[in-house]
Design a protein around this ligand. Sequence first.
Ligand SMILES: Cc1cc2nc3c(=O)[nH]c(=O)nc-3n(C[C@H](O)[C@H](O)[C@H](O)COP(=O)(O)OP(=O)(O)OC[C@H]3O[C@@H](n4cnc5c(N)ncnc54)[C@H](O)[C@@H]3O)c2cc1C
Length: 373
Amino acid sequence: MGAERADLVIIGAGLAGSAAAWAAAARGLAAVVIEARQPGHRRGSSHGSARIFRRAYPDPAYVRLAGVAGRLWRQLEDEAGEELLHVTGGLDYGRARDPQRLHEVLAGCAVPAELLPPAAAAERWPGIVFPDDGPVMFHPEAGVIDPERAMAAMLRLAAAAGVSVRHEVPVTRVEAAGGGAVVHTADGPVTAPVVIAAAGPWLEPLLGGLVRLPPLAVTQQQAFHLAQREGAQASWPVFICCDDTYVYGLPAGRDGEVPGAIKLGEHGSGTATTADDRDGVVCAAARARVTAFAAARLPGLDPRPVGELTCLYTSTGTEDFIFDRQGPFVICSACSGHGAKFAPLTGQVAVELACGGRPPDRRFTLAAHLAAV
Ligand SMILES: Cc1cc2nc3c(=O)[nH]c(=O)nc-3n(C[C@H](O)[C@H](O)[C@H](O)COP(=O)(O)OP(=O)(O)OC[C@H]3O[C@@H](n4cnc5c(N)ncnc54)[C@H](O)[C@@H]3O)c2cc1C
């Protein structure tokens, strides 16, 4: 019997691969999604119930892309019949975050946002201590994405439209052949004219021998769940504080061990590892830093974590994503610790590339990444 044939193979069913499955279904492609692990597994980057959605970026290109992604989240919610992006509003503060500049950029993109003096912000959000050396920016479109439910919804919709979704089937090898590609699995090979590699932190081991990739730094990150103090603050927006430290926070949702817990993490201070070698052990120094931050600057929270988790970042040197095609391979890496919010757009971009389209911006190409090294 010959190899199974498909229009498109998608490797990986994290947020990026699940979104590609949803986009492939919308195009009527006979696609096959092959995921090594079980649904909801916690070995990659997309697990759990909470990631920040925000428009606040210093670069207008990302502000606009987040706007497109926001509309696609709403479309996904409509199709899935459930809430996947809960709007809370978002705060950006701290010298190095440069709220003033962020405000200018959002205004330039017609995204509603306000700048508040620290005293006014403290009145509105008494659970947070704001540094008094600069303003605080609030933008109402920010909120919390539920990745676990989003992945399940995208795969469910894709499967209902005829996409074949296979979990617990590791891809052992990929090769270019006959103008397309062969994807080898323990269940046998699948051939297709084009393959989307959405393997997250496994991208380099999967494809590095076939495509020249830029350096990808895989780091183990940690996040902590802290209980709210009763009556401290009516509701919690997502927030990013960046001065001596870069700490983000957001309502943790179902993951949070206690109702209303807030998830706190540091951006950019992870431990170098690989997807297969990571140990899943929370860094004690990071726990101490985050606890100290909460004790000093988040009086609305009990600083002792009620829960904690690890997760992997896959970062490029510029923190830009990689969306490009080389031969039969689409490289889809919405990475660097900020890709979740773009997921439904990521899927569309990947499928567009698979169908002969171009990357949405030159910065996402392999050539641009390699030139920046
Ligand atoms: C702690 C943390 C906090 C974050 N916070 C935010 C945030 O607030 N906002 C935001 O926008 N983004 C955030 N991110 C980033 C976001 O979560 C990631 O960008 C996104 O989840 C990446 O998804 P992915 O599908 O590319 O990778 P993954 O979720 O890792 O998916 C890759 C999948 O490929 C599968 N796979 C790999 N190799 C194979 C193989 N050989 N065969 C078959 N399957 C294979 C894996 O099993 C995995 O399921 C955060 C990330 C972390 C770690």
